[in-house]
Write a protein that binds this ligand. Structure first.
Ligand SMILES: *Cc1c(COP(=O)(O)O)cnc(C)c1O
Length: 455
């Protein structure tokens, strides 16, 4: 499989190069040069086996022993079905994507992508240093995904004193020689700026072999296609999905599953008060607004980076047109898409709804009263969106449960009066020893630290 950039100017690459590159060198995102056909389900396959089948056309021979990596990655999940479906109402299921080591759906991709990185680097005799900034969630999933890798070091920056206790502990209690966690005396934006500055320093980037595993990496999107396929295998489609959305990566994976032949009817985009995507799909208004903090912080995003991959499709894969549109978006803060460009995606595929914090708490409370089930606030946004669109599809609706309720105990307690306990594999989290280094918000100091800490 060859990959092309959504902006049309970067060289075509194979899977392994796309995996390591992340972003294309024209600023675009890599997508397969053509969409493969989804391999048919064979009865009795495990999640790991089905994952290897679904991903094989994208990966080819670029990664040795894909099936073995999938088996290892998904053995870290605390549920036999990996991503079990649980019924919460008539024709309405939630797919629990949160049984991984850090209790959020990002584990599904990062447990596998970390292992793929390590394998490809070993094949090539290379090492990299991953640097990343986190406001809480992604950092722990990335750390856990690479902690067993021998060719990857990782340094994660987070804003000192500004993450929840659970989030911090999930990062700082990992005891591995290739993991460092830095508490920066600054905000999340400061952390992001420091990471950007390190990448923009070409000599430093080269010297350290800097790399990233952010949500625009194609391999992460690819790994997420699998659970959509598995849900349609089980429910025997057509199935509708509702996806709590931030960077658009998750819902894009659903579109790819559908595009390649999974029996999926509708994809519902659920957003919180940060509703740029909902405004686009409902009113063709994609204009940026300041980010408002919400009870579902992993969706507090105003520019959804993975949307570029869908825009490329709306442009009939014209990279020049996509690049121009995005340039204008950056300049004027508003993306304009021709009505006919948008129409086929709207009429046939996407729906959207927005749920604010009050609505989120209300859904959590009512769901607990009706079924005794605790939803995390992100999943509750999804369930609330399904209620709003008054689902009338031919088949079942699956709402993706993107985080375990114990990851957001304050919001869950506020809504239901119940403080959800951590699952067994994390029950002793608060007794584990923490390791982190506090550093000032200063580029030279951070670079010095990154350059010397693993020697
Ligand atoms: C990252 C995240 C999301 C948003 O996923 P995207 O792929 O960015 O749309 C939703 N819920 C939780 C819990 C997350 O961690």
């Amino acid at each position: 499989m060859r990959y092309v950039s959504t902006r049309g100017q970067a060289p075509e690459l194979g899977f392994a190069d796309v995996l390591l590159a992340g972003l294309a060198n024209d600023g675009g995102l890599y997508v397969p040069a053509e969409w493969p056909t989804l391999p048919a389900a064979t009865p009795g396959t495990t999640y790991a086996e089905r994952a290897a089948q679904v991903m094989a056309p994208y990966v080819g021979d670029d990664v040795a022993d894909l099936l073995g990596l999938c088996r290892e990655a998904y053995a870290t999940f605390a549920h036999e079905a990996v991503v079990p479906l649980v019924q919460i109402g008539d024709g309405h299921f939630v797919q629990e994507l949160f049984h991984g080591p850090t209790l959020a759906f990002k584990d599904v991709a990062l447990q596998l992508v970390g292992r793929m990185f390590d394998t490809v680097l070993r094949q090539r005799g290379q090492r990299v240093t991953i640097v990343g900034a986190t406001s809480g969630d992604t950092g722990s999933a990335a750390i856990d995904g690479v902690k067993a890798c021998s060719n990857v070091d990782i340094v994660i920056l987070y804003p000192h004193g500004r993450t929840s206790d659970v989030q911090r502990k999930q990062m700082t209690t990992v005891d591995a020689p290739n993991v460092r966690v830095v508490a920066v005396e600054g905000t999340f934006d400061d952390c992001q700026d420091l990471v950007k500055a390190m990448f923009n320093d070409a000599a430093f980037r080269e010297q350290m072999g800097l790399s990233a595993v952010n949500s625009i990496n194609w391999a992460r999107v690819m790994a997420q296609v699998v659970y959509y396929v598995v849900a349609t295998d089980v429910l025997r489609g057509p199935v509708d999905f509702c996806v709590p959305t931030g960077n658009f990566g998750n819902v894009l994976a659903g579109w790819i599953a559908r595009r390649t032949g999974a029996p999926i009817d509708r994809l519902v985009i659920a957003s919180n008060a940060n509703d740029i995507l909902t405004r686009f799909f409902l009113d063709n208004d994609m204009s940026t607004a300041p980010v408002v903090p919400s009870l579902s912080p992993s969706m507090d995003i105003q520019v959804s980076s993975n949307f570029e991959r869908l825009l490329f499709e709306m442009n009939d894969r014209d990279g020049g047109a996509t690049a121009e549109q995005l340039q204008r978006f950056r300049a004027v803060g508003r993306l304009t898409v021709e009505p006919d460009q948008r129409a086929e995606f709207l009429d046939g595929t996407f729906m959207a709804a927005r749920v604010d914090d009050a609505g989120t708490l209300d859904v959590m409370r009512r769901t607990y009263q009706a079924s005794g089930m605790l939803l995390d606030p992100h999943t509750a946004v999804g369930v609330g969106a399904v209620e709003q669109i008054a689902h009338i599809g031919a088949g079942p609706m699956v709402t993706l449960a993107t985080a375990h309720p114990a990851k957001f105990p304050d919001a869950v307690e506020q809504a239901t009066g119940v403080r959800p306990p951590l699952p067994a594999h994390l029950a002793d989290l608060f007794d584990r020893h923490e390791r982190f280094t506090v550093l000032p918000n200063d580029l030279a100091t951070i670079q010095q630290y990154v350059a010397t800490t693993f020697r």
